[in-house]
Ligand binder design. Structure first.
Ligand code: ADP
Ligand code: MG
Length: 236
C-alpha cells in the first residue's frame, strides 16, 4: 500500500448515556492508501454509517485513534473537525442533500463559502466543477428543476470543488435507477483517475461492490473481511 491516507487503530464508538451503553463499533483497525477505491459493505445496523461519520470527521471515536493524512484527528474540537472537512474531505449522500432554494452553482460554491474563498473565485471554481460534470447548461437550475441523476452530479461537483483528498459517499446510488447509478459510478472513477482522490463508498448495491477495487465487510461493529476486487480486464 502507498502511504495510508486513513489509519484507524482500535476504534470503538459507544452510544448512550444514563447507564444505557450501546457499543456500535467494537474495535476497528483499518488502513486505506491514497487513491484507493473502497466499498464498505455489511448488513443494516453493522456500523457502516457510524464508521463513515468518524472517517468524515463528523463524529469522534469513543476509544482508539484516527490519523488522516498522517495527522491525528481523533480528538479535534468541532471547529477543528469542520476545518479538516473543508480542507480534505468531500461528501456525497443518498438523497443528495442539496439546498432546495439555491441554484446548482450556489450549491456547489457553498463549501468554498465556508472555507472563506472570495466570492468571484468560488463561483469560478464552482462553474468549472459543474462544467466537468456536464452541467454547464444547468448552473442556474434549482434542485427541483433537475432529474435525480443531475442532482447527484451537482452533489458530486460540490464534493470535488475543494479538491479533497478523500470523497466519502453513503449509498450514492441508492436513490437512482440502475442506469443512472452506473453513470454516477463511471463519473466517480473518471474523477478518481484524473485527480487520484481516494473514494470510500458505503453501499448495499452489488454494482458498487463490483465497481470498487477493494471490499471491506462489516458485521456487528467489526471488519469481518477485506478483499481486493478482481476486475475483468476491460471492465473500466
Ligand atoms: P449501518 O449504517 O451499517 O446500517 P449504523 O452505523 O447506522 O449502521 O448503526 C449501527 C447501530 O448503531 C444501529 O444498531 C443503530 O441503531 C445504532 N445507532 C446509530 N446511531 C445511534 C445513536 N445516535 N444513538 C444510539 N444508537 C445509534
Ligand atoms: Mg447506514
Amino acid at each position: 500500500m502507498t502511504t495510508p491516507v486513513v489509519a484507524i487503530r482500535g476504534v470503538t464508538r459507544v452510544y448512550g448515556e444514563n447507564g444505557m451503553y450501546v457499543p456500535v463499533l467494537r474495535g476497528v483497525d483499518l488502513d486505506i492508501g491514497a487513491g484507493e477505491i473502497v466499498a464498505l459493505l455489511g448488513p443494516s445496523g453493522s456500523g457502516k454509517s457510524t464508521l463513515l461519520n468518524i472517517l468524515g470527521c463528523l463524529d469522534r471515536p469513543t476509544q482508539g485513534t484516527y490519523h488522516l493524512g498522517g495527522r491525528d484527528v481523533s480528538t479535534l474540537s468541532p471547529t477543528e473537525q469542520a476545518w479538516v472537512r473543508l480542507r480534505y474531505l468531500g461528501f456525497i449522500f443518498q438523497s443528495f442533500h442539496l439546498i432546495g432554494h439555491a441554484t446548482a452553482l450556489e450549491n456547489v460554491a457553498m463549501p468554498l463559502y465556508y472555507a472563506g474563498v472570495p466570492r468571484k473565485e468560488r463561483f469560478a471554481q464552482a462553474e468549472a466543477a459543474l462544467r466537468r460534470l456536464d452541467l454547464g447548461e444547468r448552473m442556474d437550475h434549482r434542485p427541483n428543476q433537475l432529474s435525480g441523476g443531475q442532482r447527484q452530479r451537482v452533489a458530486i461537483a460540490r464534493s470535488i470543488v475543494n479538491r479533497p483528498r478523500i470523497i466519502l459517499a453513503d449509498e450514492p446510488t441508492g436513490a437512482l435507477d440502475s442506469k443512472t447509478g452506473v453513470e454516477v459510478l463511471t463519473l466517480l472513477r473518471e474523477l478518481h483517475d484524473e485527480t487520484g482522490v481516494t473514494l470510500i463508498v458505503v453501499t448495499h448495491d452489488e454494482k458498487v461492490a463490483a465497481w470498487a477495487d477493494r471490499r471491506i465487510r462489516m458485521q456487528d461493529g467489526k471488519v469481518v473481511s477485506d478483499e481486493e476486487v478482481q476486475h475483468a480486464a476491460a471492465a473500466h
